[in-house]
Design a protein around this ligand. Sequence first.
Ligand code: NAD
Ligand code: UD1
Length: 336
Amino acid sequence: MILVTGATGYIGSHTWVELLNAGYKVLGIDNFCNSSRKVLDRVEKITGQKSQFIEGDMLDEKFLSSLFRNNPIESVIHFAGLKSVGESIKIPISHYQNNIHGLLNLLKVMQENQCNKFVFSSSATVYHPNNLIPYVEGMSLGSTNPYGWSKYMSEQILRDIEVADTSWSVAYLRYFNPIGAHESGLIGDDPKGVPNNLMPFITQVAVGRREYLSIFGDDWPTPDGTGIRDYIHVVDLARGHIKALDYLINQKQSLTINLGTGQGYSVLDLVKSFEKVSGKKIHYQIVERRPGDIAQFYANSQLAKKLLDWTVEYDVDRMCKDSWRWQLKNPNGFGE
Ligand code: NAD
Ligand code: UD1
């Protein structure tokens, strides 16, 4: 049985679906601090399987202990965490508490139960912003905000555990920019409040929830002056987790890999692609650069291909099409 923490979140729910489709037995947990109970029905509807789920908090060690006592958990995919960079700067203590303390609770209970296969949601944000692009796994690490540091520290904690106990194998998955949604339009990204990320902002403009998109600068040193990122379809990303889990199970060793497409698209590229597939005009205004942003980054994705035989299936038009279908079918997201 695979334990998936943060199972009802954006990436967790898509990975849950892929795991069930691949025949894995899955137990999901979440405290719903950034997700909806409705995801549970939606996952069942997509997969035609009853989903096993228990509500609980990563900060509750007793809950985690009873979870491992009562279920035959063999490996863990850990998504649960807070991901807002802005919030992490404003309230670093609760951010670190959730992401670091939650991780430590989980690892302690895993250790006590001889469960030692772990897939970790890391981020491209762990690469030092001064690195040249594309980002390669061996490059120097560092961050500019508590969220990024929490991922950096989490990686370090896991590496220390691996040194102390060689029976552990860990997949450090550094995600680039996940967008898109399941093709059913039943699950997708549903940020609370004003979206920080580009794609949910675009879809909310398209559906009439927001008047226009603010583009954070058109004077970056990029061909059209807007920021460049490596957008990856969330289903391709989810499938990367299954490949990584299989690697841990079969190879019994750790791996650190980028999960990105290896291609960069600018903000204006994404707007144009979205307009093409949706038939909607995205009104935008150019505003000041967002503090902390960098001009461009994208992945070198060769290592994931080599070690996992993982490559992406979906292009940027398909990412936009699926994001739009999700938003159109659910104009207010999950409505919570
Ligand atoms: P998300 O917020 O949609 O999902 C995270 C889930 O964890 C939510 O359902 C939330 O309710 C749950 N959660 C948070 N704290 C919890 C706690 N203490 N106990 C139990 N459940 C808790 O985020 P996501 O986009 O699905 O991201 C999943 C993971 O991937 C996160 O760790 C995030 O930092 C990482 N990541 C995300 C991105 C991205 O762009 N979405 C990029 C890189 C890395
Ligand atoms: C953000 C996070 C990063 C996280 C990543 C993936 C910040 C500072 N960084 O980065 O830690 O790993 O998401 O989840 O929040 N843009 C606009 N208008 C908008 C929103 C975005 O022009 O309303 C631009 C940005 O300037 C950037 C691009 O769109 O050039 C992508 O932005 P975003 O989706 O927030 O992702 P990242 O900047 O990569």
